[in-house]
Structure formats: structure tokens, C-alpha cells
Design a protein. Structure first.
Length: 572
């Protein structure tokens, strides 16, 4: 593919030298630059990403309850969770579905009643087996997102399911089955918020008060009224701004393992907010974890951790609105060091042209959306799940985005964008692989290494008329190195979530955050994936655990997955 592109470029430039007012030397220089760009990427003459959905045995088909796309519940899509539920070292897949709902769905669509969520067990040979019924996780509510977590510190992954309606907490029984204990934990959620059914869209687990126990912040969306018709556009679904919001809720874990709702006490109660995504990281590097909340057509929040409460500082630090001062349909916050300066930056996809905020290191951010190339690529496409991930293991985060319109089912091209290492992004998707050359209406998307080969794959859930999920296998076969890290706190995951990892390679210092719940409705591969470029040597690796503990290790050997346990080092 790279050779074909090079030949086409040569033909085009030669045919247009006069029109472009180019000299032959300049034309040759341009071709040389194009060649370097191609060769610096994955060294192969085939797509980096190949669709292997059916070959892998993934047959998920999303439905939104009926045959008509007419309300905001139907347009929002549903999520994906990646986790190793049976502890065999291979990442499994949980995909959530819509369903037919009385008073919301059309009568002729009742064929979609009681449609279950799906659990795909990774068989380790590139294929999956669907086991939701056998495992007891075939929930029939309208499910939006799920948070895998070892809540009881018994060594296996439990699953918190966020629904339109009552939430479910599946405890992993350790034998391939799960039991709902949401009532016992106090995590079902209220019956309603603002007189309408509760609508949860995600959860972030973290130890906000550093007591060694995981807490949970549940993001709730808006007060959906299925009877409401927009007076200004009665033929279209109402705009999100026409609905009231719903408060997102903080739950503190008690010593007995149950949860107590403490939202107001922590000054986190915003009853009319419309949360679409949560991201936990220490944005100001003061040693405690803060929280970004992407809001739909409202100013975004950044909740700064003050120890015994939180302060909302989104406007103050520069992440509340886009570069034109507009509140847009923000989805979530993706994090990564896009320009290699050792500071974690923030990408917020939305329904206009997105926002990329560069961390200035003094507790504030600078909007670099235009100069980074992001706004030109994002404009008009409607971003939902966007991820910063190093698809070619060259040491800098690239960008994927699943796109589609909201109020109408208008398809858009998905995006794959290459980072030059300095925070400048170029759209390479259409030249890379067929998936990026076909318009779809994407919603959630998970980044994971399903085949454990050291490069990152993608799975996307769609709401368009095809509605099938798509698995994209990464074929990147360059000589770049990588390492995959699983972090375990000394007493469970509390100290690991939000931990900062610093990798030193000579003069280069790369910074990563151990936080996988950073895309729309989605939990990515929980392993921290680090591209090392062409240098296989790691001089040292530093882990700043979220409880304040700092540990430094001499460089582990690359090109493998390893586990670091707090206080012990490498344990497998």
C-alpha cells in the first residue's frame, strides 16, 4: 500500500508540476519526504488494520429496541468492556446491547425485546466463544457501560454494569460464573433522578480518600422524557439541551465492603449536569487524583481533589469549553503525552471539532486543537469514542476516532491519525485500510491487544443500519519494541488506578497513566501498553502509586507482558 501511494504521488506531482509551480528538485524533495513518512511507519505493503470480526467469532449486532432511529436513548449507543474474567492471561470482551422498552420503542420492533448483553471468551487462538448465559451476565436491561474491577480483592475481576434503569454488580464467583450483588453493595442506584428513570453511562473506580478501599463515581446522563417533542424541530429527536440533567453520584466504600453515597458532602453534587464520560488522573501533579467529566452541551468539569472535598475548576484551568468558547456535545477525556514533554494532555472529542488541551505543567492547559491538525480532521464528523494510543509502538500516542451524527443517522468516516511525536496529527486512515474508507456511525470503541502480540487492536460498536461490531487486528510488523504492564496495589487495585509510570530510555522520558476507563462508554485493555520505538533498552522504570508511594526499578526486558505488584516488583 505504501508503494502504491508513493507511485500515485509521483504521478500526480509530475503531472501537475506546472500547475503547482514546482521545480523538479522540489518535487523530488516532496517525494523523498513522503517516502520517509511511509517507511517510518509500519514497514509493510498491507493495511495496518485488517477486519477479522467474523473470523474471530464475534457476531455482536447492536439494536436500539426497534427499527426507527428517533430518540436520544437510541442514538447514544452502548458500550464495550475488556477484561480477563477467567484469569487465563487473554483479554475477554463484554458488549452491551439495547432492547425494546414499553413507552419508548415502536410496537413493530418488539422482536428486539429481552435482547441480552454478550460475553465473548478469548480462547487464545484468535477466536472467541460467546458465554453470557452460561456466565450469568446476559442482562436484559438497556445497558450502557460496564466497569470491570476486583472490588473484593480476591484476585478475579468483577463487573459493574451501568444501565438505563437499575444498575447491576456482578461478583465473579471464580468458576466462570457471576452473581448480582448490587443490592448488598448499595450500588443499584436510585430508582429515578429528577422524576425520570436513572440513566447511568459509566463509572470510574478510584481511591479518592486514600483509605486503601476503592470508591466509585457513577456518571449519569440526562432526564430522558420519551413523551417530549421538540417545539422547534418536531420532526427530529429533541436536542440534549432541551432535557434536564441528572446528578452523577460518588459512592465511598465502607470497611464492610458496602458503599455509601457521599456526593453532596464532597461538593460534587451538580443536579442538572449531563455526564457522558469520566477520566481520573492527577492533572496538577500534586499527589492526589482529580476527575475530568465530559458534559453534553454544557461546560465540562474538572474536579480538583482538595483532600476532604473537590473544587470544580474547569473554566479556571482552561478545559471547560472549546477554542471558540462553545459548550459542545463532549463525550469523554482521552489522556496521553501527545508532544513528549512529560506532561499528560487531554483530548475531548465532541460533536463539532473536538478539543485537544496541552498541559502546561502549572495546573493549566492550552487549547492546541487547530495547530495540532485535530480540528480539521474532526470537523463535521461527530466524534464519540476517541482514543490516544500508540498503534505503531514508536513511542508517541496516535489517535483513533469512531464518528457519526447524533440527531440524525448520518454516517461519517472513522479516523486514524498519526502523531509526529510533537503533537501534530495527520489523517492516514483512508490510505491505511478499508475500514477507514467506509462511512459508518460508530459509538463506543475499545483499544486492546486481544491476540497478545504486542500491538494494539481496536473493536468498535456501531448504531448504523449494519449495526455489527467490527474487530480490527493490528498488523504492524515493524521493528519497534514495546512492553505491557499490569499494576497491582499491595492490598488490591486501590493504589494502582491512576498510578503514573515513567519510562526512562537514555535522554527520553515517557509518562503514562494507569487508567483504562477513558473512552466513550468503554473500558479498554487494563494493561498499560508502552511503545518503545527502535530502542529495546529501558534504563529504569518509575511507578508513582496513587497512594503516594514511589518505586524505581532497573529496566525490565521489553516485548512481553509483566505484572508489577506494589512493594514486590515483578511477580510474573
Amino acid at each position: 500500500m505504501g508503494l502504491i501511494f508513493l507511485i500515485d504521488s509521483f504521478d500526480y506531482i509530475c503531472a501537475n508540476i506546472k500547475n503547482m509551480n514546482l521545480k523538479y528538485g522540489t518535487a523530488l524533495f516532496i517525494l523523498f519526504a513522503i517516502s520517509l513518512s511511509i517507511l517510518s511507519s509500519c514497514k509493510q505493503d498491507k493495511p495496518h488494520f485488517t477486519e477479522l470480526t467474523s473470523e474471530a467469532g464475534i457476531d455482536f449486532m447492536y439494536n436500539f429496541g426497534d427499527y426507527t432511529y428517533k430518540n436520544i436513548l437510541e442514538s447514544s449507543g452502548s458500550g464495550i468492556a475488556v477484561f480477563d474474567y477467567d484469569g487465563d492471561g487473554w483479554m475477554d470482551l463484554y458488549m452491551m446491547n439495547g432492547t425494546w422498552l414499553e413507552g419508548i420503542s415502536d410496537e413493530e420492533g418488539k422482536v428486539f425485546a429481552d435482547t441480552p448483553n454478550r460475553l465473548y471468551h478469548n480462547q487464545g487462538d484468535g477466536t472467541f466463544k460467546e458465554l453470557a448465559v452460561q456466565a450469568g451476565v446476559d442482562d436484559r436491561h438497556w445497558s450502557m457501560a460496564a466497569g470491570p474491577i476486583d472490588i473484593d480483592r480476591d484476585g478475579d475481576q468483577d463487573l459493574y454494569l451501568l444501565n438505563y434503569g437499575p444498575n447491576i454488580f456482578y461478583r465473579n464467583n471464580g468458576d466462570g460464573t457471576f452473581t448480582d450483588i448490587a443490592d448488598q453493595l448499595g450500588l443499584v442506584g436510585p430508582d429515578s433522578l429528577n422524576a425520570y428513570k436513572k440513566w447511568s453511562v459509566g463509572v470510574s473506580f478510584w481511591d479518592y480518600n486514600q483509605d486503601g478501599r476503592l470508591d466509585a463515581f457513577v456518571g449519569n446522563f440526562l432526564a430522558f422524557d420519551p413523551e417530549y417533542v421538540s417545539p422547534t424541530n418536531p420532526e427530529l429527536m429533541p436536542h440534549p439541551s432541551e432535557y434536564a440533567g441528572q446528578a452523577s453520584l460518588m459512592y465511598m466504600q465502607e470497611p464492610d465492603g458496602s458503599f455509601k453515597e457521599v456526593t453532596a458532602e464532597l461538593e460534587l453534587l451538580y443536579p442538572d449536569s449531563k455526564c457522558m464520560g469520566l477520566t481520573i488522573f492527577d492533572y496538577d501533579q500534586d499527589g492526589d487524583l482529580d476527575m475530568f467529566q465530559g458534559n453534553d452541551h454544557q461546560a465540562n468539569f474538572m474536579f480538583r481533589n482538595e483532600g476532604d472535598r473537590f473544587s470544580e475548576v474547569g473554566v479556571e484551568i482552561g478545559v471547560a469549553v472549546n477554542s471558540h468558547g462553545q459548550t459542545t456535545g463532549s463525550m469523554h477525556g482521552a489522556i496521553g503525552d501527545v508532544d513528549g514533554d512529560g506532561l499528560i494532555d487531554l483530548l475531548v472529542p465532541d460533536l463539532r471539532y473536538g478539543a485537544l488541551y496541552r498541559n502546561l505543567g502549572n495546573g493549566t492547559f492550552e487549547d492546541i486543537t487547530e495547530q495540532s491538525g485535530v480540528s480539521a480532521a474532526f470537523a463535521g464528523k461527530g466524534q464519540w469514542a476517541s482514543a490516544l494510543f500508540d498503534y505503531d509502538n514508536d513511542g508517541d500516542p496516535d489517535l483513533f476516532s469512531a464518528n457519526g451524527n447524533g440527531e440524525e443517522l448520518i454516517l461519517q468516516y472513522p479516523l486514524l491519525m498519526e502523531n509526529d511525536g510533537k503533537g501534530n496529527f495527520t489523517d492516514i486512515g483512508k490510505a491505511d485500510s478499508p475500514y477507514f474508507s467506509e462511512k459508518r456511525s460508530g459509538r463506543s470503541a475499545a483499544i486492546w491487544d486481544y491476540d497478545n502480540d504486542g500491538d494494539l487492536d481496536i473493536i468498535i460498536s456501531h448504531v448504523d443500519l449494519k449495526a455489527n461490531a467490527v474487530l480490527l487486528r493490528n498488523n504492524c510488523s515493524n521493528d519497534n519494541h514495546w512492553i505491557g504492564l499490569s499494576l497491582e496495589g499491595e492490598d488490591g487495585p486501590a493504589a494502582a488506578i491512576g498510578a503514573t509510570v515513567v519510562v526512562h530510555q537514555g535522554e527520553k522520558k515517557s509518562v503514562f497513566i494507569n487508567q483504562w476507563a477513558t473512552t466513550y462508554l468503554t473500558n479498554n485493555d487494563p494493561r498499560l501498553h508502552i511503545g518503545l520505538g527502535d530502542n529495546p533498552e529501558i534504563d529504569r522504570l518509575e511507578i508513582n502509586w496513587s497512594d503516594g508511594t514511589r518505586e524505581v526499578y532497573s529496566g525490565p526486558s521489553p516485548d512481553r507482558y509483566i505484572t508489577f505488584r506494589q512493594g514486590y516488583g515483578i511477580v510474573e
